[in-house]
Design a protein around this ligand. Structure first.
Ligand code: GLN
Ligand code: ZN
Length: 753
């Protein structure tokens, strides 16, 4: 075995502690900063980060986890796999950004979620025109930069198997994996170049191996790593897995000549002791949770590590995955009470935990007695804090039991039609309207203290006046209040529920320069007072048309928050559901006849392994039903799911039992309606009838054609007319024109039925 290391993390945040990279990149895009200026900001950030890791005590430091946009795109560049359409952009940096975000004439790569996280990567396109060719400039540059600074640098790269499994085939039916023979030689060449540049270790990330993989795929992975480890002149190879268990892939990898394997001991449950071949490799134990924000129970972690050592393995301590998914440091938080603060570990604190554990393993626990004591104190403070446990909520949930239901849909329908008569093919929108500059100005003024809460509310009300007036003028049937008061569809609710707190600087990268500040759900969740009723009733007071209540569903609230790790997610989901349920009941009591509960993240939390998916779908559907079954049969529940490819979630949609479900459909030409029907869906449905992703205004004829197409799959009495979601991101003028055409198209098609 090569010289091994004892402590590391698999990757680090890169946006900058104060989002410096985001700001510099956006200034570069706008022309306010030149390429050199951007590179200076980037290099300073990189060096600051790796120096901090070294001085914290890590003896192997990841490099090349920096990215101007996305690490999968970086890999595509390294392998020469950018699509042909960006080739015309001469400058390499601009070409890179063109692939990431498009230009006026070039469509960007598709973006999708990075496994089950809230990070999004760019999907490489592999087809007949792809000619792979190695360009190791970035990784070699970042390696040299760190080695020159005296850092024990370990370059990190996406492995060949994961790279191809995450790519999509374009212009061919052949899966990208069939191109492995072409890229493995490039990795061989790369290993040689890294060795020449002085790398002792290289990390090849293969997270795709923790999802369901066929036996053929696993033996392909084995063959790849047999080949790579047979390269005579190369750094030691660490294959990193994260976000789950390797399962059968673990013995397969261990049987090759690689030097180390990183296993996720938080999300996964691989049993190291059952793989004898692992005694030949360094086991990099991902025991500090890289994805959540809680302080590690160091005593428990140490016990686990000690037992691994006991079975004669060589072990290094690590984070379970890249720290990309957590904020930089708890120190930046100004508004936490001492108890809360002591429970948390963000990026810097996790590095310190890794070092403490590694020190205890190699030099004895006496050396880190203080860290152990602080960890014990934090565990006990957290276990005893009254905010963590609210017996009243738990009792209420017990009485609701599982399997919350409403009366049969057909019965509800009769009641709802009597309570709220609507034309056939009713027209509506998904909730938000364009965010005007007045809204942004008001939000900033409220934050800076320039205006008070009352003034802020007055300004938001005036936005609502405009949005209602617009919808009346257009002649829509079911109106919305437009959501001007919502900074974000999850944060808004988290700020109003007990059991959550909002960080002041806890930014994490969502994609490119987009960062989010997920709320932290730490205790039992309760709703102290109504959260949306004032806004909706105000909107309703301005019109005789019905206004929909607008809420975010429990699964989405969990998916976009850091969740507690001391209770099953399913229990927490029910608590959030109960709070939303109370809100639906209050909305109904205030006269609201339709409540929309959005669940755009239902598919996002789906477990990576199919064996775990059934249980997830059971509890997530149950949570939605708890949230939506507290109201009368005459009140309609709508829901909204952002996408049209439901995959394994399709069967659950009927289970939600919402009276109307709106979905994205325009880009897939309504095909999703047949998928839904095939999955037994017989409720109301509102397929998006025009594509909102483009600024183009759809004509009346075009929308009417979409509706006629939809009517081939859905009976007229179940079909609603709405755009795809995302009005918020569009300009006012195009929204007005598009919706005018939508209303006209509905009238036209009504006259034909
Ligand atoms: N009601 C929300 C809106 O229209 C839904 C957002 C979403 O689908 N992500 O903005
Ligand atoms: Zn949506």
């Amino acid at each position: 075995m090569k010289e091994h290391f004892t402590s590391t993390v698999l990757g680090i945040p890169r946006i900058g502690p104060n989002r410096e990279l985001k700001r510099a990149t956006e200034r570069y895009w706008s022309g306010a900063l030149d390429a050199e200026g951007l590179e200076t900001v980037a290099r300073d950030l990189r060096l600051d980060s790796v120096r901090a890791l070294q001085s914290a005590g890590l003896d192997s430091v990841p490099v090349n986890t920096f990215s101007y946009y996305d690490q999968v795109l970086d890999t595509a560049v390294m392998l020469g796999a950018l699509p042909e359409r960006v080739a015309a952009v001469v400058d390499p940096l601009d070409r890179y950004f063109a692939a990431a975000r498009g230009t006026a004439t070039i469509a960007p790569l598709e973006m999708t979620k990075w496994f089950d996280t809230n990070y999004h990567y760019l999907v490489p396109e592999i087809g007949p025109s792809t000619e792979f060719r190695l360009d190791a400039t970035k990784v070699l540059g970042e390696l040299r930069e760190a080695l020159d600074a005296g850092i024990p640098a370990r370059p990190v790269l996406i492995g060949p198997v994961t790279f191809l499994l995450l790519s999509k085939a374009v212009g061919t039916e052949d899966s990208p994996l069939t191109r492995l023979d072409e890229i493995v030689p490039l990795y061989v060449e790369l290993l040689e170049q890294l060795a020449d540049a002085g790398a002792q270790w290289v990390q090849l990330d293969e997270p795709a191996l923790v999802a369901d993989r066929t036996a053929a795929e696993i033996s392909t992975a084995r063959a790849v790593y047999e080949q790579l480890s047979a390269v005579p002149r190369r750094p030691a190879i660490l294959v990193a897995s994260y976000f789950g268990s390797l399962g059968d892939a673990l013995p397969a990898l261990a049987s090759t000549g690689i030097d180390g394997i990183a296993v996720d001991m938080v999300a996964g449950d691989d049993v190291i002791a059952t793989v004898p071949a692992l005694s030949r490799t360094l086991v990099v134990a991902g025991i500090v949770d890289g994805r959540n924000v809680w302080r590690t129970d160091l005593e428990a972690a140490l016990a686990t590590l000690a037992s691994m050592l006991g079975s004669a393995h060589t072990v290094a301590v690590s984070s379970s995955c890249s720290l990309l998914h957590v904020p930089y440091t708890v120190d930046a938080e100004t508004e936490l009470d001492d108890a809360l603060r002591s429970w948390l570990a963000f990026g810097a604190e996790k590095v310190a935990e890794v070092v403490a554990l590694a020190t205890a393993l190699s030099h004895g626990r006496e050396r880190v007695e203080r860290a152990l004591e602080e960890s014990r104190d934090a565990q006990s403070s957290r276990a005893h804090d009254p905010r963590l446990s609210n017996p009243a909520v738990r009792e209420r949930l017990r009485t609701i039991g599982s399997g919350a239901t409403r009366a049969p849909a057909a019965h509800r329908r009769v009641q709802q039609e009597a309570a709220l008569p609507l034309p056939v093919l009713p027209t509506t929108t998904i909730g938000s309207y364009p965010q005007t500059s007045a809204i942004r100005v008001a939000r900033a003024a409220l934050r800076s203290g320039e205006i008070d809460d009352a003034e802020y509310r007055a300004r938001m009300r005036s936005e609502i006046v405009d949005i209602i007036a617009l919808q009346e003028k257009l002649g829509l049937d079911v109106l919305v209040h437009g959501e001007p008061e919502r900074n974000d569809m999850v944060q808004y609710f988290a700020e109003r529920l007990d059991g959550f707190f909002a960080t002041s600087s806890g930014w994490v990268q969502s994609y490119g320069t987009r960062c989010v500040r997920p709320p932290i759900l730490f205790g039992d969740v309760t709703r102290a007072t109504p959260m949306t009723v004032d806004w909706i009733t105000y909107a309703q007071s301005l019109t005789d048309k019905p206004v929909k209540g607008m809420l975010t569903g429990p699964v989405t609230i969990l998916a976009w928050s850091f969740v507690r790790d001391d209770r099953p997610l399913a229990d927490t989901a029910r608590q959030v559901a109960l709070a939303i349920r109370d809100e639906t009941v209050d909305l109904e009591a205030a006269g609201v006849r339709i409540v929309q509960v959005d669940e755009p993240a239902l598919r996002e939390l789906l477990p990576l392994r199919s064996a775990d998916q059934g249980a997830y779908l059971d509890w997530s559907v149950d949570a939605f039903r708890v949230a939506t079954s507290g109201i009368a049969d005459s009140t309609a529940i709508h829901t909204h799911l952002c996408y049209s490819e439901f995959g394994a979630v399709i069967g659950a949609i009927a289970g939600l039992d919402a009276d109307v479900t709106s979905i994205e459909a325009a880009r897939s030409h309504m095909e999703v309606l047949d998928d839904l029907a095939a999955a037994g869906f017989e409720l109301g449905v509102g397929p998006g009838v025009y594509d909102i992703h483009s600024p183009r205004v759809p004509s009346i004829d075009e929308i009417a054609a979409s509706l006629r197409l939809a009517l081939k799959s859905v009976p007229v009495n179940r079909l609603w007319v709405n755009p795809d979601c995302g009005l918020k991101t569009r300009g006012h003028a195009e929204v007005e024109e598009s919706l005018r055409n939508l209303v006209e198209a509905a009238k036209l098609v009504r006259s034909e039925t």
